[in-house]
Design a protein around this ligand. Sequence first.
Ligand code: GDP
Ligand code: MG
Length: 597
Amino acid sequence: TDLKHIRNFSIVAHIDHGKSTLADRLIQETNTVSLRDMKEQMLDSMDIERERGITIKANTVRIEYKADDGETYVLNLIDTPGHVDFAYEVSRSMRAVEGSLLVVDSTQGVEAQTLANVYQAIDADHEIVPILNKIDLPASDCDRVAEQIEDVIGIDASGAIQVSAKTGQGIHETLEAIVAHLPAPKGDVDAPLKAMLVDSWYDAYLGVIVLIRVIDGKLKKGERIRMMSTNAVYPVDRVGVFTPAMKPVDELGPGEIGFLTASIKQVRDTRVGDTITHEKKGTTEALPGFKPSQPVVFCGLFPVDTAEFEDLRESIEKLALNDASFSYEMETSAALGFGFRCGFLGLLHLEVIRDRIEREYDIELITTAPSVIYHVFLKDGSMIELHNPADMPDPSTVDHIEEPRIKATILVPDDYLGDVLKLCQDRRGIQMDLTYAGSRAMVVYDLPLNEVVFDFYDRLKSVTKGYASFDYQMEGYREDFLVKMQILVNDEPVDALSTMVHRDRAQLRGRAMCEKLKDLIPRHMFKIPIQAAIGGKVIARETLSALRKDVTAKCYGGDATRKKKLLEKQKAGKKKMRQFGKVDIPQEAFISALKMD
Ligand code: GDP
Ligand code: MG
């Protein structure tokens, strides 16, 4: 295809504003997929994405569109992820295209991720076509939302297209606007090959599939390519495009988006943002802005049933093959036995991986408290990166500790502003900015990441009845008074419940955790003290009273079926428990005890 007839674009939106539905509709309108094969939300492939209605992996589709000018255009859509954890994936797919459709729900207006994503598009020098979606709904208010786009984002929204991705209204206008307003890509077909590695994933049949955007030159099957960051060389087995099914083509030229396979063993061998060229007579100029994503949240994953450790290892290794931003290493815990310390891009990423292990591999897990990376400066002048509170060195050797901070942007209707400010204040936040856009407030807070990783997002949603939206970026490290708090159950420290807390909040947190654990741990035949301690000093204590004899006695009377039922129940209960010394602690206690509410 000649460059003039190509348009490459992405869709940016806040979650639920209709990005996937719009993509489906564009595919349908251009008959890219026959109606019979059309599943709702074509582009959301993983189960968990469908269930939670979020797009995690960026997906791609090539659409052929015969425009009103009589010419046929190739439109390449890259569907970007819509969650804060995956901001890096968004930023890199933005660099592979020239324009964006900015989708805003016309019943809702601009939200935090609308802003975060559109700023990425602006950073990538995109032409932007604003789309007001969901105009079929009675609550739709296009004038208000268009004005808000101009006020808050600062782009012209007078030509915004009014769309219902549900009914199909405005879809033709959208396709015409893509052709008319988005620029065609530039590139030189005679220059040495220069292609951007946009994404990669593992396919059971084809091995690693690499999504690329060709900048200059041509790529054909059978040619030998070189990854510029590693200098690794591979012979290309296939090149093709997504329709959205994979379809082989003879070659990919400048401006085109497609895939290659090249018997690459694992996703880890591919670096997103890397430059791909030919082995011989390749380009010498790599693309700028290559930066691998780093895990920021760590937690331990342990099998509830210790016999499943090898299964867990296998599942983690398989998942890691397909996800270079997920890190893991073996960990042993005095309380939980063998498991893995894993690193994630954020909490959603953690949840996704944990869910997949439990569902796809059928392994029940104990997840320990998520932790961030602390910089612990020792008195001897050295610094260690602490990924696990259990590894905290003796406090007498520590000079000071620094923790990661974030800049959080929250958009919320006026009515809930007070609750949001209180929540941020409670989480040691420092207010940086507060502005209004209509009846919505935009607050910017400087917050410690460790106060956010656990349940901040859930709390924010609950205090604002779901009306707040949230986005964040890392801001760097700062010193604060942090200490390691241990939990002792029946006088034994449970390392999986150790956390780093701020000194001034330790007592409150300790008390809350002890109270929670008291409710979560079933009563035993003996009294169980539950304590929170900092460096051997107990700061909070609860006592779980012993079970009275006659209560258990009851269980043993009665008829045979009742007895059997009780035994089955006990067995099921046991499975979800872990023994610590003489005490059984249920699996859910590890997560619940850490929630602050
Ligand atoms: P995404 O998170 O941005 O990908 O949003 P989805 O495409 O998953 O849409 C979120 C929800 O809004 C789904 O329940 C859609 O069916 C619904 N939706 C999307 N577009 C429209 C629309 O134009 N009108 C109406 N009424 N609902 C829509
Ligand atoms: Mg979606």
